[in-house]
Design a protein around this ligand. Structure first.
Ligand code: GLN
Length: 485
């Protein structure tokens, strides 16, 4: 095994025993990047020089015995997270030359914990999408099948971990953008509770839905990353001042006596038969561990997609108003007057999907339509949240497929936005309700494409998700495979 193939906890052990240095790990990661990046294209910006400097720094700390579980570990960052002095593009032409003057809180926290950043990874433009096909830097390919998409919008984050081009990464999830690509690339991805992880320095898409979370090779690594990034931040007014438990303490507790809810509304027509089969095996494993699986109902599920595609574009249209060619980012020529400059800049700076969202959102918020769309959607959102509150009085966690299908082929859904939106049908509800969710690998299709299972829990119950996912992962007996690159 090469060092770049190991997990955070495996590398940490080697580091602690002084058997490997951070520099050696970083070397192994960049060697891998040199070999496979031409096929995968996970990265938008590589931070090679800085990474080696940070690794040398980490090695010094290691020699001094100042070691955290993240010291010297190479991590990739979705290009929606502000990094001081390093361009942060959101996959958009309008920000292609934007260099933030500050670090996002999660970046600061990882840095303080001794992590080494390998670079910024690709994403759908402004995190709008499910396939990483709308970035102005081009597509990212799925390491398991180069003809297929890695999922999205955090496709670069998922592909980089799956292809061992980093040890772990961060992404953002507004409607499924961590969990869906994690499922499609065969890695673990967690969307924390809204308010659990600071959004300071996360470029906003839909502020009431966005959350940052980790992509890792296993559940233990997910717990380690959560220990670093979770917690209150006075610079994010929606961050919640609650203590952060040690998430690694939930790892080996088992789920004997638990009740797992299986929502009837999530096992519907249109799910790929192989995904359905994998869900049945997942249920069997869980029951074998002493948990009871019971059917539950989330009656307003049918409204989730419609509600999301009012609320998310409405918030996006307002958040993206700041990209006007004046304050920062790209400016298209100088028009005859200010208005013409705005028009030219925004026409040339944004891609088609982003423009579609801005138009839908502006319409939904406009005078005379606000009550019919945004207000109504917000009311239904309350009902969706209520469904989950009720469900969690009957069960500890909920199990669903993460995505209705495995990775689809490049280009397959680009001309049909509705088909693309349907890819998030099982993940969107957690963002609307603000609850945490995790996707863990639960098998492969016959063609060798990964499948993911999603677990959902009540607000701030990330520990339960780790407990559940870790018990499942340890006992599922899944074949250990790596993409053949
Ligand atoms: N695919 C969904 C969308 O396009 C969710 C994206 C996300 O979670 N950032 O809006």
């Amino acid at each position: 095994m090469e060092l770049n193939q190991l997990t955070i906890h495996e590398l940490h052990e080697l580091i602690t025993k002084r058997e490997v240095s951070s520099t050696q790990i970083v070397q192994s990661v960049f060697k891998r990047i040199e070999t496979v990046e031409k096929d995968i294209h996970s990265y938008v910006t590589l931070m090679k020089e800085r990474a080696f400097a940070a690794a040398a720094d980490a090695d010094k700390r290691i020699r001094e015995g100042d070691i955290t579980p993240m010291t010297g570990i190479p991590v990739a960052l979705k290009d929606v997270l502000c990094t001081k002095g390093i361009r942060t593009t959101c996959g958009s032409r309008i920000l292609h030359n934007y260099i933030p003057p500050y670090d996002a809180t999660v970046v600061e926290k990882l840095k303080a914990a001794g992590a080494v950043f390998t670079g910024k990874v690709n994403m759908d433009e402004f995190a709008m999408g499910s396939s990483t096909e709308t970035s102005c830097f081009g597509i990212t390919r799925n390491p398991w099948d180069l003809k297929r998409i890695p999922g999205g919008s955090s496709g670069g984050s998922a592909a980089a971990v799956a292809a061992d081009e980093c040890i772990a990464s961060l992404g953002s999830d507004t409607g499924g953008s961590i969990r869906q690509p994690a499922a499609l690339c065969g890695v673990v991805g967690m969307k924390p509770t809204y308010g659990r992880v600071s959004r300071f320095g996360l470029v906003a898409f839909a502020s009431s839905l966005d959350q940052i979370g980790p992509f890792t090779k296993d559940v233990e690594d997910c717990a380690i990353m959560m220990n670093v990034i979770a917690g209150y931040d006075s610079r994010d007014s929606t961050s919640v001042p609650l203590d952060v438990p040690d998430y690694t303490a939930f790892l080996s507790r088992g789920i004997d006596g638990w009740t797992v809810g299986i929502p009837r509304e999530y096992f519907i027509e249109g799910i790929d038969p192989e995904v359905m089969e994998a869900m049945k095996s997942t249920i069997a494993v869980i029951e074998g561990l002493g948990a009871k699986c019971v059917e539950i109902s989330l009656p307003h599920t049918g409204y989730c997609l419609a509600v999301y595609y009012i609320i998310a574009p409405a918030e996006a249209s307002s958040n993206l108003a700041r990209y006007d060619g004046v304050k920062y980012g790209f400016r298209a020529g100088d028009g005859r007057d200010l208005l013409e400059m705005y028009k030219k800049t925004r026409s040339a700076g944004f891609g088609a999907e982003v423009k579609r969202r801005i138009m839908i959102g502006t319409y939904a918020l406009s005078s005379g339509y606000y009550d019919a769309y945004y207000k109504k959607a917000s009311q239904v959102r309350g009902l969706i949240k209520g469904d989950f509150e009720k469900a969690f009085t009957q069960c500890d966690v909920i199990l669903t497929p993460t995505s209705p299908t495995p990775a689809f082929t490049i280009g397959e859904k680009m001309d049909d936005p509705l088909q693309m939106y349907l890819s998030d049908i099982f993940t969107i509800s957690a963002n609307l309700a603000g609850i945490p969710g995790i996707s863990v690998p639960c098998g492969f299709t016959r063609r060798g494409l990964p499948i993911g299972a999603q677990f959902l829990a009540g607000h701030f119950e990330e520990g339960k998700l780790i407990q559940m996912a870790s018990a499942y992962e340890k006992n599922a007996n899944l074949e250990k495979r790596r993409p053949n690159l």
